[in-house]
Design a protein around this ligand. Structure first.
Ligand code: FAD
Length: 176
């Protein structure tokens, strides 16, 4: 995933926490404005937008320069009838592994891993990639605590306890 931070010289871009773009006509999948998530001592003359652009490591988008990525996001926002940002800077972070990817071609492989994850012997798998779920931060923190609790003093895994926790995790509902 390419994450583009657009520095915008105004107090607020829109009053919304995030805009979602599920269609294929935009490269940007989500645009969030962190300032809107909180009440804090933020500067009043600037806001920063966080655009998430899904891609594969090494593809054309991954290799694009920050200026082009900023222009691409700007074009996406225009197509979505959102205001121009007039951003003065675009800071880019490239993350090789962010969201689990559900490809048709990997259905069987993911099922095999799911079966294996539920019967741990010496290795526990958890978190977004570890369980193939798009969970929130508080969800994965809970997973970490539950994993620690499922390990006995001898170092062995309490499989029944862990399976109970996996059942709880499956009820997680993603929040924004
Ligand atoms: C832009 C953005 C905004 C978000 N905002 C919020 C929010 O406001 N509130 C909220 O609750 N959640 C938010 N989330 C979700 C939150 O970031 C995740 O729920 C959380 O980070 C998941 O934790 P994790 O440990 O499962 O995975 P990660 O934090 O993704 O950690 C996995 C780690 O494993 C590494 N890794 C992956 N593959 C390999 C490999 N093959 N070998 C070695 N290392 C590897 C990765 O580099 C990464 O460091 C946001 C996510 C994004 C992308």
């Amino acid at each position: 995933m390419v994450i583009a931070y657009l520095v915008v010289p105004r107090d607020q871009y829109t009053p919304f926490d995030a805009h979602y773009f599920p269609g294929a006509e935009t490269t940007t999948a989500r645009l969030s404005e962190p300032k809107n998530y909180r009440t804090a001592d933020d500067p009043t003359d600037v806001t920063v937008l966080c655009a998430e652009l899904a891609c594969w490591v090494g593809d054309e988008l991954w290799l694009s320069d920050p200026k082009s990525i900023g222009e691409l996001v700007e074009g996406d926002l225009k197509r979505a009838d959102l205001p121009t940002t007039n951003h003065v800077h675009c800071e880019v972070q490239r993350l090789g592994s962010v969201y689990p990817v559900y490809e048709h071609s990997t259905v069987q492989a993911r099922q095999t891993i799911k079966n294996w994850v539920g019967q741990p012997k010496r290795i526990m798998s958890l978190g977004r990639q570890g369980l193939g779920v798009p969970d929130n931060l508080h969800h994965v923190l809970t997973m970490g605590s539950r994993a620690a609790e499922a390990v006995n003093k001898s170092g062995s895994i309490d499989v029944i306890e862990w399976q109970r926790s996996l059942g709880e995790f499956s009820k997680h509902v993603v929040q924004d």
